[in-house]
Design a protein around this ligand. Structure first.
Ligand code: AMP
Ligand code: ZN
Length: 469
């Protein structure tokens, strides 16, 4: 399996740190609003990477954070006159609903920045001790960027070009920095902001430190894959590398993966430009499976332009697969023969070849566009070669294969068979509400209802987790 590694700018054979296991960290959203479909791209892409890794037999520990303390959250809280936790909790719940509707599986752990402040202060302490960070007069702690010799290795930037060139880096407090390149690890609170006590000042963390800390806590000092959108390469991921490697003295992540942007009219879709659709907007017009299919119809490193035409063609593409699956189910109702007939052996071999075609595409840096082409080829083959005379065993084999390949892409083609993630998330949200309302009978009833459908709930510090029993 080859992965394009941003660090070395080439495709490299994937070798995990520990055989059979993958430790993967994906930077998650800042929760101050409903997520837009640009934010959904990394969610869908890396969920598909995770599913494919599992299909290959790896056990994947998948961590993705929610940034729940940030300027934008605070601004929204002030606008609504509520505590910033009200905003972040609301949009985490909404984001989880969108993820479920997109069939993005919950991460193994979804840590929250506000729950990991102790760990952040520990790492900041280590960085100061090792001479990689310093405290300014007002209590701001800065990372001493030049003290980390490899700075720039991910974004392939030369540190000396940054000094004059990148004014965007020179954030407030410039006058008290030893060097304009230094970035904030901890900063003093302003009036009305959430804050925590520390040895330096009452304050809150800079943005980059949370990912270094959560990744270390839930996955260890070294991880296999670190991922996110390409806008995160610099400065966010470059700064994460500096913090983690300076503090831990080890290479942080072996493979860095970045998805290209989802554009609209060839411009990046973003909240600040105001040219976005939320996932919720799209759900009013389409089944979100169509959005997922649309995202995977391009390679994740290619920019993708959102348009009504492309969504329509994604819809008809997905329909073709779903219809083929329904036809196979129809054949199964009347087919007989528990074993593949001798005369069908060649057909059975042909059917299997599409798995190999699919895997070859995915092994080549997760080329989902070609993998979906393999699914289409299988559909065409099934439409041509299977009919009322086929044995039940052969039809069943092909149906299972089609379902498996679709499932690796997170596409549900047999809806009636299982309870959808979106429905589960909705019931969990209802249960949380019932608990808030102190309606414990209703809360228990929902838990039992889910259990009866094979869904097990676990209450954890990061919220409710669920799994299929
Ligand atoms: P944010 O909440 O802005 O930190 O974004 C969360 C994730 O969405 C990050 O991995 C971003 O890189 C990614 N992202 C934001 N906008 C887009 C876009 N238009 N296309 C693809 N990825 C995006
Ligand atoms: Zn991050």
């Amino acid at each position: 399996m080859k992965i394009f590694n941003t660090l070395n700018r080439r495709k490299e054979e994937f070798v995990p740190l520990e055989p059979g296991k993958v430790r993967m960290y994906v930077c998650g959203p800042t929760v101050y609003n409903l997520i837009h479909i640009g934010n959904a791209r990394p969610m869908i892409v890396f969920d598909t990477v995770r599913r494919y890794m599992e299909h290959k037999g790896y056990e994947v520990n998948y961590v993705s954070n929610f940034t729940d303390v940030d300027d934008k959250i605070i601004k929204q809280a002030i606008a609504e006159g509520v505590d910033s936790s009200v905003i972040s909790e609301r949009y985490i719940a909404e984001c989880k609903k969108d993820m479920a509707a997109l069939n993005v599986r919950p991460a193994t752990t979804h840590p929250l920045a506000t729950q990991e402040i102790c760990g952040m202060l520990d790492m900041i302490g280590t960085l100061i001790e090792k001479g990689h960070a310093y405290v300014a007069a007002d209590g701001t702690v800065y990372f001493r960027t030049r003290s980390f010799r490899d700075y720039g290795k991910l974004s392939h930037k030369n540190i000396d070009d940054l000094r004059g060139g990148n004014r965007a880096l020179l954030v407030s407090g410039e006058d008290q920095k030893e060097d304009p390149l230094d970035f904030v690890l901890w900063k003093p609170k302003k009036d009305g902001e959430p804050y925590w006590d520390s040895d330096y000042c009452k304050g809150r963390p800079g943005w980059h430190i949370e990912c270094s800390v959560m990744s270390k806590k839930y996955l260890g000092d070294q991880i296999d894959i670190h991922a996110g959108g390409e806008d995160l390469v610099f400065p966010h991921h470059e700064n994460e590398i500096a913090q983690s490697e300076a503090a831990n003295g080890k290479e942080f992540a072996r493979y860095w993966m970045h998805n290209a942007f989802l554009n609209i009219d060839n411009k990046k879709m973003s909240k600040s430009l105001g040219n976005f659709f939320t996932v919720r907007d799209i759900s009013e017009k389409y089944d979100l499976q169509v959005l997922r299919f649309f995202m995977l119809s391009a390679h994740y490193r290619s920019p993708l332009n959102f348009s009504a035409d492309l969504m329509e063609s994604a819809k008809s593409g997905l329909d073709r697969i779903v219809t083929a699956a329904e036809n196979l189910k129809f054949l199964l109702q009347t087919a007989t023969g528990d074993e593949i007939a001798d005369a069908e052996q060649t057909l059975a071999e042909e059917a299997k070849s599409y798995i190999a075609q699919f895997d070859t595409a995915m092994d080549d840096d997760f080329n989902t566009a070609d993998a979906i082409a393999a699914i289409f080829d299988l559909v065409k083959w099934a439409n041509t070669n299977l009919n009322a005379g086929s044995s039940k065993a052969l039809v069943e084999t092909v149906f299972t294969e089609l379902k498996e390949l679709a499932d690796i892409c997170g596409l549900i083609i047999d809806k009636k068979a299982e309870m959808l993630d979106a429905d589960i998330e909705q019931l969990i949200a209802d249960r949380q509400q019932a608990r808030k309302d102190k309606n414990f009978a209703r809360a228990d009833e929902i838990r039992d209802e889910l259990l009866s459908k094979g869904i097990v709930l676990e209450d954890t510090r990061e919220g409710v987790k669920w799994k299929r029993a």
